[in-house]
Design a protein around this ligand. Sequence first.
Ligand code: SIN
Length: 288
Amino acid sequence: MADGAAANIIQVRPEPSGFGAEVTGVDLSRPLPPAALAAIREAWSAHAVLSFPDQPLTLEQLEAFTLQVGPFGADPFIAPMPGHPNVLELRREPDEKAPNFGGGWHSDWSFQPAPPSATILRSEVTPPVGGDTLFADAARAYDDLSDTMKAMLAPLRAIHSATRPYGANGMFARETEKRAMTILSGPEADKTHPHPLVRTHPVTGRKALFVSPTYTVGVEGLTEMETDAILGFLYKHLLQDKYRYRHKWRPGMLLMWDNRCTMHFAEGGYDGHLRVMHRTTVAGDVPV
Ligand code: SIN
């Protein structure tokens, strides 16, 4: 098929809220013609979270698709799949009692100096109930702030760290229930890294709030009470229903989200059922 024709059969169905879209008419198991990849990039810029149903990819095909989006990001604190150093298996067995992985609002690895631009998650086994992934649109939430609040936030730098989940005394280090995933907690996770609290997207130029309850541990120059007040307000604002997209999984779906302008949350509610997902990340820029 000619390059332009491949792009023409791609269909993008935006969610009614304008945040998130479903993409059909493309086979991600093969190398994408440049025009098709450009159409996907354009849809991703416009909608931030793209879902591709019916994509029965092997791990090698998932890796190959990821590399068409960009180079792999670095995934710390979780043992990768054997023979696939850039793929994580997010697995929860039916008898697990430990909290589900990703069950706190966050933007992936935001504590890194250059956090990943994209996360790509493909569903292998989905539970019959629960297991949705929720997203918050941090760009529209920023747009809706008053000019006075925007001016106050503009110079602020938020401090990010992996300490709460992955630190030497973090949630995973303290848990006693068995877990199918191998989590590599330790002092490395207690390091901190500052980023602008409001970041500008390198492709769209849009500004977005770049904080999360999981990885933001402070704001430079503010007292703890001031930090709690500002972040508390921002989380309440960001997590309003009007900024949300709820992704419902079926087996063989691929989801690609933009960590530069969204937060996400893996919802539980599937105790007694197996859930298996394969995840890669794409390297990103230093936030500005
Ligand atoms: C995550 O990447 O945070 C997990 C998302 C999910 O399992 O739904």
